[in-house]
Design a protein around this ligand. Structure first.
Ligand SMILES: *[C@@H]1O[C@H](CO)[C@@H](O)[C@H](O)[C@H]1NC(C)=O
Ligand SMILES: *[C@@H]1O[C@H](CO)[C@@H](O)[C@H](O)[C@H]1NC(C)=O
Ligand SMILES: *[C@@H]1O[C@H](CO)[C@@H](O)[C@H](O)[C@H]1NC(C)=O
Ligand SMILES: *[C@@H]1O[C@H](CO)[C@@H](O)[C@H](O)[C@H]1NC(C)=O
Ligand SMILES: *[C@@H]1O[C@H](CO)[C@@H](O)[C@H](O)[C@H]1NC(C)=O
Ligand SMILES: *[C@@H]1O[C@H](CO)[C@@H](O)[C@H](O)[C@H]1NC(C)=O
Ligand SMILES: *[C@@H]1O[C@H](CO)[C@@H](O)[C@H](O)[C@H]1NC(C)=O
Ligand SMILES: *[C@@H]1O[C@H](CO)[C@@H](O)[C@H](O)[C@H]1NC(C)=O
Ligand SMILES: *[C@@H]1O[C@H](CO)[C@@H](O)[C@H](O)[C@H]1NC(C)=O
Ligand SMILES: *[C@@H]1O[C@H](CO)[C@@H](O)[C@H](O)[C@H]1NC(C)=O
Ligand SMILES: [Cu+2]
Length: 574
């Protein structure tokens, strides 16, 4: 930041400065910059919740560094894989990669994995302001701590004001390694990952070390797990960018005694509304405005709790510290109670309340060219527990789709188109199916370029009685309009009439609530191969995802850096 000291004799330079400032505001395009980062990724022992385990760090930290940029800037990240025995790929979550579909960072879809010892250069433009994320997209690696935030400032004034801009990443945390978890999920008998041990606020949590008998493993005095503190000046307004990168959990987030005004979701301005509990699903980002307008003589709790699953994980705690109270001083009250975990209606209502802000509405096309209904089910395949979409459980191929399609390598994946729907008339979404068998495949949806596609996410019962889970679905390469939510089975004849075509929010991640449906619309206007999947790490690992291709013929030469795995064309000159 530039500090200005203006004395009486400096009026001329002040005028000049103000003139320059006006120029910058009026001619922002001239300012686009290149932001260059060099990241070293490695395993280190850390204790984010006081329990020591191997975590993946970027330049020594987890969460990794925040990428701070202005709209239109180019980001270059030179990523050095120092994991020794493990591959790597990083996805830039919410960045559409217009013109750079090969730098989406999705291993198996848009690139080969980055091998140990290699340095890979990602280069892309952050074309829109907002709050975005980055995280590993290889195996279940994200859960080991490889994630961070991207903050893109707008060139235009924002439709709300605040004094300070802060960000908080929420996460859930396991003590088992991602390998143990992945092995359990792919075993017979199936070993579920269970509930996380802790919830982390900005990478810090607090496990009860009395439950660990092994000496030296859990230490509540470890500075790695010192409670996160958000210091505020009484009377000032804070923009908090809240992001969730949980492996499993849906969360609520609250600041004791304070309301929050939601103003941004996944990089789009929201028609402001007030909440006490912000419900947030893995892969989502929100900005809320909070005014430090309560009794300033004390501190307050910041809490996060698991919702949508019976909560056995203790609340994540941080401190909302009113200056000049001591930041380590615990609030005099108990943390506010968690909302009821099974109150689906409140969460559904909050989802519905998120609308595009007046004056910033991008209206959706009024009709669509193709409708695809995705039935979300839990299944068995050859005795393995899997998740499926329309009875197909997704497997990644060894040759990334982008490369296979561009190079016409037809034996790299199953060329059969997967189904656009399910047996709508006969399938009972409320019961455990008698035959839960499905098939697994790496087939993909080929979408015609430049059309409007509707996606209906249809939830259903799992393989357990009276159970349906919340799935946050994330689309790569696009934002979509959220046209509506509903309970029960989506009725393709009646429900489209209820779509919000007036002010739907655009997002890149959206939840389908238990036993409900969610309707989305997007334009196939970004040539590339894009994953669309449940953002729950174990669910995607167990097959809960699909891949869309659009406009492959419009994509220029692929960089050779993304290649080098799976099937190749011997004639390939790259
Ligand atoms: C921590 O665990 C110990 C041993 O199980 C238990 O007695 C104690 O109540 C726990 N403390 C908290 C704060 O939950
Ligand atoms: C716990 O961590 C603190 C701070 O690093 C250290 O001073 C203390 O010796 C540790 N306690 C044990 C039992 O290792
Ligand atoms: C928060 O909002 C609720 C409902 O609008 C209101 O009753 C309450 O007084 C507000 N609390 C604060 C601290 O502003
Ligand atoms: C959700 O919204 C509906 C319709 O506005 C309302 O009837 C219901 O009471 C709300 N439920 C909760 C839990 O807020
Ligand atoms: C389901 O799969 C199992 C294991 O492959 C097989 O034994 C069983 O016959 C299948 N059930 C049906 C109805 O296809
Ligand atoms: C792949 O096939 C398309 C359409 O047939 C053709 O235009 C293109 O040149 C082929 N590309 C390669 C690398 O063979
Ligand atoms: C499963 O089979 C039983 C007995 O045949 C039948 O009563 C029940 O309706 C079936 N359930 C489903 C979901 O098809
Ligand atoms: C799923 O596939 C199995 C065979 O693998 C079939 O028996 C079952 O009817 C299918 N279920 C649905 C909902 O299509
Ligand atoms: C895509 O479709 C829109 C509307 O139908 C049209 O205006 C535009 O020119 C098309 N773009 C391309 C690249 O074909
Ligand atoms: C079904 O589960 C919900 C919790 O998700 C519970 O409130 C309800 O009572 C259950 N219903 C039956 C019939 O078991
Ligand atoms: Cu899921």
């Amino acid at each position: 930041m530039v500090e200005l000291s203006i004395s009486g004799t400096k009026i001329l330079s002040t005028v000049l400065f103000l003139y320059l400032l006006v120029c910058l505001v009026n001619f922002p395009a001239a300012e686009a910059r290149v932001r260059h980062y060099r990241w070293k990724v490695k395993y280190e022992y850390k204790s984010p919740d006081c329990y020591k385990k191997l975590v993946i760090t970027i330049n020594g930290g987890t969460p990794g560094p925040t990428i701070v940029a202005d709209e239109g800037d180019t980001i270059i990240v030179e990523l050095e894989n120092n994991l020794l025995t493990e591959n790597l790929a990083i996805h830039w979550h919410g960045i559409r990669q217009i013109g750079t579909p090969w730098f989406d960072g999705t291993e198996g879809v848009t690139q080969c994995p980055i091998l140990p010892g290699e340095t890979f250069k990602y280069q892309f433009v952050v074309d829109r302001p907002g709050t975005y994320l980055y995280h590993a997209h290889y195996g279940m690696q994200r859960e080991a701590g490889l994630y961070g935030l991207i903050r893109v400032s707008p060139r235009q004034p924002e439709p709300f004001s605040y004094d300070h801009d802060r960000s908080i990443i929420l996460n859930d945390w396991y003590h088992k390694s991602t390998y143990e978890q992945a092995a359990g999920l792919s075993s017979i008998p199936f070993v579920w990952v269970n509930e996380p041990e802790s919830l982390l606020i900005q990478g810090k949590g607090n496990f009860n070390c009395s439950m660990v008998s092994e000496p030296g493993v859990c230490n509540t005095s470890n500075p790695d797990c010192s409670r996160y503190v958000q210091t505020v000046v009484p009377g000032q307004t804070y923009r908090l960018r809240i992001a969730s990168l949980t492996a499993l959990s849906a969360l609520s987030f609250q600041i004791e005694g304070h309301n929050m005004t939601v103003v941004e979701a996944d990089g789009h301005y929201v028609e402001p509304f007030v909440v006490q509990n912000l419900f947030i699903y893995s892969g989502e980002t929100y900005s809320v405005l909070v005014k430090a307008d309560q009794d300033p003589s004390r501190n307050y709790w910041i809490t996060t709790n698991v919702v949508s699953r019976p909560n056995t994980t203790p609340a994540g705690l941080a401190v909302f510290n009113y200056y000049p109270n001591h930041p380590r001083r615990s609030p005099p009250t108990s943390p506010p109670p968690a909302p009821a975990w099974d109150d689906v209606d409140s969460r559904m209502n909050q989802s519905i309340a998120i609308k595009a802000r007046q004056g910033h509405i991008i209206t959706p096309p009024t009709t669509s060219d193709r409708v695809i209904v995705f039935l979300n089910t839990q299944n068995k395949i050859n005795g393995y527990v899997r998740w499926s979409v329309n009875n197909v459980s997704f497997n990644l191929p060894h040759t990334p789709y982008l490369i296979a399609l561009k190079e016409n390598i037809t034996d790299a994946f199953d060329q059969t188109p997967p189904p656009d729907g399910y047996d709508f008339l006969n399938y009972d979404i409320y019961s455990v199916q008698n035959n839960t068998n499905a098939t697994s495949s790496n087939e993909i949806y080929r979408l015609q370029f430049n059309i409007t596609v509707d996606i209906i996410l249809q939830n259903a019962n799992t393989m357990n009685k009276n159970n349906s889970e919340t799935h946050p679905w994330h689309l790569h390469g696009h934002d979509f309009w959220v046209l509506g939510y509903g309970k029960g089975k989506f009725d393709m004849y009646k429900d489209p009439a209820k779509y919000n075509l007036v002010n739907p929010i655009m997002k890149n991640t959206v939840a389908v609530h238990p036993f409900g449906w969610t309707a989305l619309r997007f334009r196939t206007d970004n040539p590339g191969v894009w994953a669309f999947h449940c953002h729950i790490e174990s669910h995607f690992y167990m097959g809960m995802g699909v891949v869309f291709e659009e406009g492959i013929e419009r994509i220029g030469d692929l960089p050779s850096s993304i290649m080098g795995c799976g099937h190749t064309k011997t004639s390939n000159p790259h």
